[in-house]
Ligand binder design. Structure first.
Ligand SMILES: N[C@@H](CCC[C@H](N)C(=O)O)C(=O)O
Length: 257
């Protein structure tokens, strides 16, 4: 079976054209494809499937083989894949685990419309919200030197999150007006990744609440640069939330299944 590898700001994925629904889904197979020593190596696997009423369906699995919730960078990569296959033109509407998404394709970037966010749990120490996946957002100093894996794991496996299915954990440093640096510990990868799209989206909305950044936020991640655009309504709902950044094919090959 043919596989492709795509990356978006360093968040990397094995991608399969599964319009025939022939991919033999199993946790062991997906985890072995994602293994960085014994497999292809990736933060997740995505299947592009047919979906009635939509251009395609996105099915996303984390690197540990579990089915994930929404993956923003994965969604952007799958849109690039659909465009490369000729399944879509420059605009698309597709369906994912968290509902319908629109996206726009350009040579340099893929813009993905994320779900509306109407509820943010705020404490003095952190913000927590669901941007398609659950995200904890905390502000730290000296992010470059921060122990993201140790601290992220403690939060992901600590209460109250562990008994609610866990969370992704984002650490943020404010770089300036409308500008953040973010590092993310990802649930399901159980490690720091180079970027997390639903994570930087949560950080941008949090920065609107805490720092008053309006309309857009630029985010530096380990694997590159992402932009989030949004509107906040009078009843404090975030809508027209767009995640924008590069997404490109890096390899293709054959897997034995
Ligand atoms: N690991 C996540 C979802 C994936 C997030 C992702 N990398 C992104 O870009 O949004 C989970 O299932 O919690």
């Amino acid at each position: 079976m043919k596989f492709y590898k795509y990356q978006g700001a360093g968040n990397d994925f094995v991608v399969i054209d599964d319009r025939s629904s022939a991919f033999p889904v199993s946790q062991e197979l997906i985890a072995s494809l994602c293994h960085r020593r014994f497999g292809i190596g990736a933060d997740g696997v995505m299947l592009l499937q047919n979906a009635s009423g939509y251009d395609f369906r996105m099915v996303y699995f984390n690197a540990d083989g579990t089915e994930g919730t929404m993956c923003g960078n994965g969604g952007r990569c799958l849109v690039r894949f659909a465009h490369d296959l000729g399944v879509i033109g420059h605009k698309t509407t597709f369906i994912a685990i968290d509902g319908e998404h629109e996206a726009l394709v350009s040579p340099q970037s893929i813009s993905l419309k994320m779900i509306d966010v109407s509820s943010v749990d705020q404490t003095a120490a952190y913000d927590f919200m669901n941007t398609g996946s659950p995200h904890y957002v905390a502000y730290v100093e000296n992010l470059e030197k921060y122990d993201v894996v140790k601290e992220g794991k403690a939060i992901r496996y600590g209460e109250p999150f562990v008994s609610r299915g866990g969370t992704n954990v984002n650490f943020v440093e404010v770089l300036g007006d409308h500008s953040l640096a973010v590092r993310t510990y990802e649930r399901g990868v159980e490690d720091e990744t180079y970027a997390c799209g639903t994570g930087v989206t949560a950080c941008a909305l949090s920065a609107n609440l805490r720092y008053g950044f309006e309309d857009f936020v630029d985010v530096k991640v380990l694997g590159g640069d992402l932009r989030i655009e949004f509107n906040r309504t009078d009843d404090n709902t975030y809508e027209n939330v767009w995640l924008i950044g590069p997404a490109e094919k890096v390899f293709s090959g054959e897997i034995n299944v």
